[in-house]
Design a protein around this ligand. Structure first.
Ligand SMILES: [Zn+2]
Length: 345
């Protein structure tokens, strides 16, 4: 054994100290290489066996092997300790507490306008009407000419209608869908058509430049004003309550003749309360316009006016919703304030 050469137990003690200092698996591996690698200190001792006196060789060899075994055991223990700590850290990081209450996700809901359209449409669909839609950007022909509105009709005025060009506009009513339907489909026709309409109204509590209507059209053989009244009376009772009465007041629309506005008896006070917020004491509330389809409208679609007659009506969606739910300002529908919208979920 050369002078200054460390003894196996000294090397082992040194290696043990280094392992205790090791902070991670790489540091453990460094210790292994330093003592047991090809050029490691214990490896070097084994290689130096030839230099040992024959009588000491056996004891020396045993001492080296004992130190080597002990170090291998220590290395293995430390390696496993780091591997296990790594797994624990990973598990802790990925831990999911399945008992933790979930975050509340606010559920969306249909807007009051959509709810009202669906309610109106549902009533007419139960009477056998199908639903159709028309364009919001319309031609002057469909919005006015085909609906028998004379060139000097006041509703055609620039101050009442959003014109895009001389013959294109934002529809002022859902009634153009009547003509589009009659051109596309031979009688019998039985449709409703909900949608947006536009007029150059200055917004206030009861006016909006954008609003919604549900149009209705029925054309068949032998349709009378009695059918119209029965249909709308049934609608009013389904919409506002089985006890309401309806009243038809003569009115004028270019595309129906005769025409009427329909009032329902006040579903809130029944006409008993002079300060009623719905009817203001009159006992009646205007809910829609209607009439028998003017022969000139049927003629646009080449329908035989001797054989076929029909009726049409238009229900204001905002007005209906305001009446039913006691909403006093139409602008609330479009402000998208969840404090308002949320009241009708
Ligand atoms: Zn009333």
């Amino acid at each position: 054994m050369g002078v200054g050469m460390k003894k196996p137990d000294e090397i082992l003690a040194e290696a043990r100290g280094a392992l205790e200092q090791a902070q991670d698996a790489q540091a453990v591996e460094d210790v292994r290489i330093r003592y047991l690698g090809k050029k490691g200190e214990l490896t070097a001792l084994l290689r130096s066996m030839g230099e040992i006196a024959p009588e000491e060789r056996k004891a020396f060899g045993q001492a080296v092997n004992t130190a080597k075994d002990a170090l291998e055991t220590l290395l293995q223990e430390r390696k496993e300790a780091f591997a296990s700590a790594g797994r624990s850290a990973q598990l802790a990081a990925e831990r999911i507490d399945v008992t933790e209450p979930s975050r509340t996700v606010p559920a969306g809901a249909r807007h009051m306008i959509t709810q009202t359209i669906d309610e109106i449409a549902g009533i007419f669909m139960s009477m056998g009407y199908s639903v159709t839609e028309g364009p919001e950007v319309e031609t002057v022909f469909f919005n006015f000419d085909a609906l028998n509105a004379a060139p000097d009709h006041p509703s055609r005025d620039m101050s009442d209608t959003f014109y895009i060009s001389d013959d294109i506009l934002l529809r002022t009513q859902t009634s153009p869908v009547q003509v589009r339907t009659l051109l596309a489909q031979a009688p019998p026709v039985k449709v409703i058509s909900p949608g947006r309409c536009f007029r150059t109204d200055t917004p206030d509590a009861t006016h909006s430049p954008m609003f919604h209507q549900v149009e209705g059209l029925l054309v068949d053989e032998g349709v009378t004003m009695g059918d119209l009244k029965g249909t709308l009376d049934a609608f009013a009772k389904r919409m506002f309550g089985a006890d309401v009465k309806t009243k038809f007041r003569p009115h004028f629309f270019p595309f129906t003749e005769p025409s009427a506005e329909v009032d329902v008896s006040c579903f809130l006070c029944g006409g008993e309360d002079p300060s009623c917020r719905v009817c203001h004491g009159s006992g009646w509330i205007e809910i829609l316009g209607c009439g028998m389809v003017h022969p000139n409208v049927l003629k646009v679609a080449d329908i035989d006016t001797e054989r076929y007659t029909g009726f049409a009506f238009g229900v204001g969606v905002e007005r209906t919703a305001m009446l039913k739910h006691g909403i006093d300002d139409i602008r609330l529908f479009y402000e998208n304030d969840v404090r308002f919208i949320g009241q009708f979920y």
